[in-house]
Design a binder for this molecule. Structure first.
Ligand code: GLN
Length: 483
């Protein structure tokens, strides 16, 4: 039962082959049995799950239908869940029970999805390895000595290990696509403004975007359908109609113009990954796509710009965690300043503190122009590169990451080494564009992802290309040994 995709579950539930309650119990038992090896969950919500599953079964018995009605999922632990711990992977929020549901959580619950629990993540979504979580590192089910990617590593490891078919995640600089690549999943970061950020604890507000992680593009379409849409509670939410993502999955790729940026194939890319990307290009050519070399000349400046903008926004967003209003408070403070200092010093981990310091520095009076303003100018140049490229091509294709998942602990002492691994993903966030990662093969038994980028609001196109690719390849069906 645990091998089923969301699409298969929807069919099984509609055909009354099993109930949502039965499936939910099987998956909860599987999580209890297998997750100790992975550490992919921070909280299990068994009671809520059974209650939601029974309610979904009752709705079906009353004649309701819907692809998410009774479908088991989990939420990254930065989506607020009413009355349930919402930790953001931090000691700071270990005792925080959200007073309301995030829009994404509420929408999926209304569609009948069943929440099995809250998944582990890098602290405040800062990281690419899921090693900065206060709840401990998450292991990659493909090799337990390797990282699953981050910051949505818990969602990725859980779905890859078949503990559940799909999960929500968020992507500020790659945190949906990179863990998807590292664990052989399909993950989609939507256009900025497509999915509401209300109730999604902010890391870098101008970059953060929620999206689906699943095994197939078909399942990402189902989950995204439940997540996307205008929300008046989010001032950056965009009031554009949500298309039927499943309906466009089978469009032909004949004549599709795919741009391959020459800058993507530079020295930093593992040549074995480069070869797998070339194979995926050939596969898409067989389906009718036309390949064109393009250039994104400002890509080399994206990492430094991102690692100024994201920490700057984080330093501002995280100032609310002051020991007074939310979360952790130190014992016996001497005075107010001591309360702030020690509560934050004890509540935040090293990576979060580093970024708050970098961000506060970049925003300070003497340095604002030199760092923050400069970074914003680069951001515009990165966007302009994409706009020029999309005049010539429909989709941009390349590797999701320059290397496969690294070994746990190997990049902890050198944060910049980890930042460099984000080279292919962060440009989409700087520009606000949608991006998808899908399985493209293996290197040393570790999965490799190919990334597709599209113009604004063309999530349907990304899912269409990925689905056609998946109808003709079987990388996405491979299961990690032991799961
Ligand atoms: N690795 C990037 C960072 O650490 C991206 C994280 C994310 O997308 N949340 O900021």
């Amino acid at each position: 039962m645990h091998q089923m995709t969301l699409a298969e579950i929807a069919r099984g539930l509609a055909d009354k082959k099993f109930s949502s309650e039965e499936l939910t119990k099987v998956l909860l038992a599987r999580i209890t049995q297998l997750d100790p090896q992975l550490n992919s969950f921070i909280s299990l919500t068994e009671e809520l799950a059974i209650e939601q599953a029974k309610a979904a079964d009752a709705r079906r018995a009353n004649g309701e239908s819907g692809a998410l009605l009774g479908a088991p999922i989990a939420h990254k632990d930065l989506f607020c869940t009413q009355g349930i711990r919402t930790s953001c992977g931090s000691k700071m929020l270990d005792n925080f029970k959200a007073p309301y549901d995030a829009t994404v959580v509420a929408k999926l619950a209304a569609a009948g999805a069943v929440t099995l629990g809250k998944t582990n993540m890098d602290e405040f979504a800062m990281g690419s390895a899921n090693e900065s979580s206060w709840y401990g590192a998450v292991k990659n089910p493909w090799n337990l000595e390797h990282v699953p990617g981050g910051s949505s590593g818990g969602s990725a490891a859980a779905v890859a290990a078949r503990l559940l078919p799909a999960a929500t995640a968020t992507d500020t600089g790659g945190s949906i696509r990179q863990p998807a690549a590292f664990t052989n999943l399909t993950g989609l970061k939507p256009t900025y403004g497509r999915v509401s950020r209300w109730g999604m604890i902010a890391y870098a507000s101008s970059l953060d975007q929620g999206g689906p992680l699943a095994r197939t593009a078909e399942d990402c379409a189902i989950l995204l359908q439940g997540m996307a849409g205008f929300d008046q509670n989010d001032s950056t939410s965009i009031d554009e109609p949500v298309p039927d993502y499943s309906a466009s999955l089978n469009e032909s790729l004949q004549g599709l113009r795919i741009g391959v940026p020459k800058e993507y194939f530079s020295a930093g890319l593992d040549p074995r990954i480069a070869e797998l990307i070339q194979n995926s290009i050939k596969e898409l050519q067989k389906l009718g796509a036309v390949i064109k070399e393009i250039s994104l000349p400002n890509m080399q400046h994206a990492i430094p710009a991102y690692y100024v903008i994201a920490p700057a926004e984080a330093s501002s967003n995280l100032s609310r965690f002051d020991g007074v209003r939310f979360g952790h408070r130190c014992e016996h403070p001497k005075d107010l300043i001591d309360l702030y200092k020690r509560s934050r010093g004890e509540g935040f981990g090293a990576e979060v503190q580093r970024r708050i310091m970098v961000g506060a520095y970049a925003l300070s009076a003497g340095y604002y122009d030199a760092y923050y303003l400069k970074a914003q100018k680069i951001r515009r140049l990165v966007k302009n590169d994409f706009m020029a490229a999309f005049n010539e091509v429909d989709i941009i294709l390349g590797p999701t990451t320059p290397n496969p998942a690294w070994k746990l602990g190997t990049k902890n002492s050198d944060p910049v080494a980890a930042y460099l691994e984000d080279v292919y993903t962060i440009t989409a966030n700087l520009a606000g564009l949608p991006g998808l990662s899908m399985p493209a093969g293996f290197v040393d038994g570790l999965p490799v992802g190919v990334q597709l980028l599209a113009p604004y609001f063309q999530e349907g196109r990304l899912l269409n290309v990925a689905h056609q690719y998946q109808l003709n390849t079987d990388w996405h069906t491979r299961t990690p040994t032991g799961f």
